[in-house]
Design a protein around this ligand. Structure first.
Ligand code: TRP
Length: 345
């Protein structure tokens, strides 16, 4: 009864870090592992262009970096149900995007809380490209390009909490489309959000968000020494003597340990010790260094095996799969909106 489709993606604006893992990749891997979904993982290079159109060679490099990072963490397009889709290589998606633009209202796009928040930044407001102003609708096209269009189907979109408003827009547009063009039988499938339990990771400087522009990341491709060095310089909460009690919640090192330490019971003991009689930061950081390097080691091994892999072929195959899925969608949408031939007289 129906199909189970997953679509999700990332903008290709640089190599990925632990924040991407905690906020997205971890969940994508779990979904892939179930084997129950047709999974489309989108490398959003067009969306990257909405803000990064000035540096084509960096964009190309980012697509390569993201692809390698995805493969290194274990996303596996060799599986029949897993596709890496390069957004720019699905022309049907762009066509869908233009058509959905006509049923989205300008007001609802401008009211989109995520877009609004991004436009709070004066620099962004001044320099935002015209494409940036319509990216929420473009993202709706991303989701619906693989719409199963079949009763009883699921279109699942696993994302960080910051993307929730985009998915609400997608549902609004899908429902509107159905109401206007196909009131008796739903065509588009309103998507379902899947938000993970830990949506974001603090930066190594203690800032609320790990982000490349802030220089506070630990990258998936960092080697063991780099990880050790970054942790050494990491923020560890309010100043505290080595044996002075502290609050784990205020110490970013604990936040990381909670996200990555496989021994959560041992960690709970350590937190109690920290609260009652203090634990030196050097000990916590030593533990974190081991934990993160153990976590990254399998990715490092996979990355070494990947040398020489034909990344382009992976992206061509994945994009072709998305084109195939999108063909019936765009045909149906065009017919419904009366922009198709032949005309029947
Ligand atoms: N906006 C998402 C991000 O910044 C990337 C993205 C593009 C996406 N298209 C999507 C996410 C479709 C989910 C579904 O990370």
């Amino acid at each position: 009864m129906g199909k189970q489709v997953v679509l999700t993606g990332m903008r290709t604006t640089g190599a990925l870090h632990l924040g991407h893992y905690v906020g997205a990749l971890k969940q994508w891997l779990e979904i892939q592992q179930t084997g129950q979904y047709e999974c489309y993982f989108l490398l959003a290079d067009i969306q990257a262009l909405t803000t990064h159109a000035d540096n084509p060679s960096a964009l190309r490099q980012s697509v390569k970096d993201v692809t390698l990072d995805w493969l290194a963490v274990g996303l596996d397009p060799r599986l029949k149900n897993v596709h890496f889709v390069l957004q720019s290589q699905v022309p049907e998606r762009a066509e869908l995007s233009i058509l959905l633009d006509m049923i989205a209202t300008n007001a609802e796009v401008l009211d989109n809380p995520t877009l609004k928040a991004e436009l709070q930044d004066l620099q962004v407001r001044k320099t935002a490209s015209s494409g940036f102003m319509r990216y929420p609708v473009d993202q709706v096209a991303d989701i619906h390009m693989v719409d199963p269009m079949e009763a009883g189907s699921t279109l699942l979109v696993p994302v960080g909490a910051d993307q929730e408003s985009h998915l609400e827009l997608a549902r609004d547009i899908a429902r509107r489309f159905n109401r206007v063009y196909s009131p008796t039988k739903a065509v588009l499938t309103p998507c379902r959000t899947l938000v993970g339990d830990i949506g974001r990771l603090v930066g190594t400087d203690g800032d609320a968000k790990m982000s490349k522009s802030k220089g506070n990341t630990i990258d998936l491709r960092d080697d063991a020494d780099t990880v050790a060095r970054k942790i050494k310089g990491m923020a560890a909460g309010p100043n505290r003597g080595a044996n002075e009690p502290g609050k784990p919640d205020e110490n970013p090192v604990f936040i990381y340990l909670r996200a990555f330490d496989p021994d959560q019971i041992g960690l709970a003991d350590l937190e109690q010790q920290y609260r009652e009689r203090g634990v030196p930061n050097s000990a916590l950081k030593g533990r974190l260094t081991t934990v993160l390097n153990d976590f990254l080691d399998p990715s490092r091994a996979r990355r070494r095996e990947l040398a020489g892999t034909d990344i382009s072929q992976i992206l061509v195959d994945g994009s072709d799969a998305a084109r195939e899925a999108c063909t019936p969608v765009i045909t149906t949408v065009k017919e419904a909106m009366a922009v198709s031939l032949p005309y029947k007289f």
